[in-house]
Design a protein around this ligand. Structure first.
Ligand SMILES: Nc1nc2c(c(=O)[nH]1)N[C@H]1C(S)=C(S)[C@@H](COP(=O)(O)O)O[C@H]1N2
Ligand SMILES: [Mo]
Length: 203
């Protein structure tokens, strides 16, 4: 498709919604599942979340400990690189800022790698998970996050393409350099800003 036809056919439901980044369509009420691995069925009671790497004091939290932290949610849109966007959806959990303030990133920390129980990884600049832009999410639209969508807990970085929102996340590691993750090693863009259509390396 040329850029012109992509814009014209961008929406299956009539006029283009200004909330849709270029080349995206509104998937409506659907919530497609995109998983490279076999879906793990994790027990929240034994699930833990670790923040390590270039931090002053690495920490691991249990499910119960995370729930005592100040809650935070996201109401808005998500964008998959395969061109569906889900508009006006909601997630809740805890802000990544809250976890980072507990471990205290070292001045040399510039990037993060998120790791899932399955071995899936994705990389992000540290500045893209701070300032109220990223969450650990365990509810979607008020209900517990189902396993196929990353439950018990997924990363949520809604201002970037959704492959950055690692499902079944259990670790965030702070680094002083960028380290391409699962899809980034396979040709996806290092950053993945949907408004700049950064789908693949070189975009
Ligand atoms: N662990 C893991 N996380 C993942 C993926 C995956 O395959 N494994 N796929 C990514 C991609 S490409 C997308 S679009 C979203 C899909 O999330 P969903 O299945 O909840 O829609 O998860 C992202 N996080
Ligand atoms: Mo995706």
């Amino acid at each position: 498709m040329t850029d012109a036809t992509r814009g014209f056919f961008g929406s299956r439901r009539g006029p283009l919604d200004p909330r849709l980044p270029p080349g995206q369509y509104d998937v409506g009420a659907d919530f497609p599942v995109l998983t490279a691995e076999v879906t793990p069925h994790l027990d929240a009671r034994s699930w833990t979340m670790t923040l390590d790497g270039l931090v002053a004091s690495p920490r691991t939290w249990t499910w119960d400990e995370l729930h005592t932290m100040e809650g935070s949610g996201y109401d808005g849109d998500i964008h998959c690189v395969t061109t569906w966007s889900k508009l006006g959806t909601s997630f809740a959990g805890v802000s990544i800022d809250t976890l980072l303030s507990a471990v205290r990133p070292l001045p040399s920390a510039s990037h993060v790698v998120a790791t899932s129980t399955t071995g899936y990884t994705t990389n992000l600049p540290l500045a893209h998970v701070t300032g109220g832009k990223a969450w650990l999410a365990w509810t979607h639209e008020g209900r517990p996050l189902p396993p196929e969508h990353g439950g018990p807990v997924r990363l949520l970085v809604p201002h970037l393409y959704f492959w950055k929102s690692a499902k079944w996340v259990t670790r965030l590691t702070l680094l002083d350099h960028d380290e391409p993750g699962f899809w980034e090693q396979r040709g996806y863009h290092d950053l993945g800003d949907p408004w700049l259509e950064q789908r693949y390396q070189g975009d």
